[in-house]
Write a protein that binds this ligand. Sequence first.
Ligand code: ADP
Ligand code: MG
Length: 269
Amino acid sequence: MQRAQRMLRARREPEATRERTPSAQSTPSRRSHARPAPVIDLRDVRKTYHVGNIAVHALRGVSLRVERGEYVAIMGASGSGKTTLMNIMGCLDEPSSGVYRLNGLDVRGIDDESLADVRNHHIGFVFQSYNLIPRTSALANVELPLAYAGIPRAVRRRHALRSLARVGLADRVDHLPSELSGGQQQRVAIARALVTNPALILADEPTGNLDSTSGAEVLALFERLSESGRTIMLITHEDEVATRARRVVRIRDGSIVSDERIRMGEGVR
Ligand code: ADP
Ligand code: MG
């Protein structure tokens, strides 16, 4: 995290002093009593894909702030722009226009290698299809993000074991993905997402391939993570999945159409 922040800071400061008023630009984290920056801060984000002569407006001006510790479901029909939004939030793709700040860092114009660094340090990804490496143990799969980050082997192992224990798989660490159920594989993927201690967990249809029992286990796990203070963005087209979150943002044709907070106890359990 520090490396990325240093790099971004160096890149942003000349612009800041040149163009903006000091009060609008002060870095919140440097003031002793200021609130931390939102984990997600999207401002009028648009994404247009060009396919031949046709422009597909996948996002049409999305503004969204998510504070640390929130549990948000992004809900919308197929084709509404959910994955496009997730790709932008996950720094896997760039907006056509608008600004995205992740933990206060404006990620515009960052080179690919540094973006990979930002992703590795700030975000844990969970996908519908688990994306585990086959013929590789659960433990080695979970260690992988730490290996990319250059963490020594013994430390990696300790963190990965702890992460697997947290998702209830302490007794499956040497199993291959093919030796695990779908629900267990998704829990390995969640352990992998957690192992770098990221500020943000981004999950795109994480229960989409699971039977209802395994899906419920995964949702229960997200709830526990949320209660322990993680920031979670869960993308889904299923109402009963969305109502497990504390806030539901609905998206239609690339625009946010509603943004509701669910009070404790009101969600469908
Ligand atoms: P969702 O995840 O909600 O199903 P997507 O974000 O995948 O929606 O897609 C939103 C819209 O953008 C759709 O109309 C889709 O066809 C289009 N789209 C998504 N990715 C691309 C792409 N790489 N090139 C062109 N059009 C795309
Ligand atoms: Mg999608």
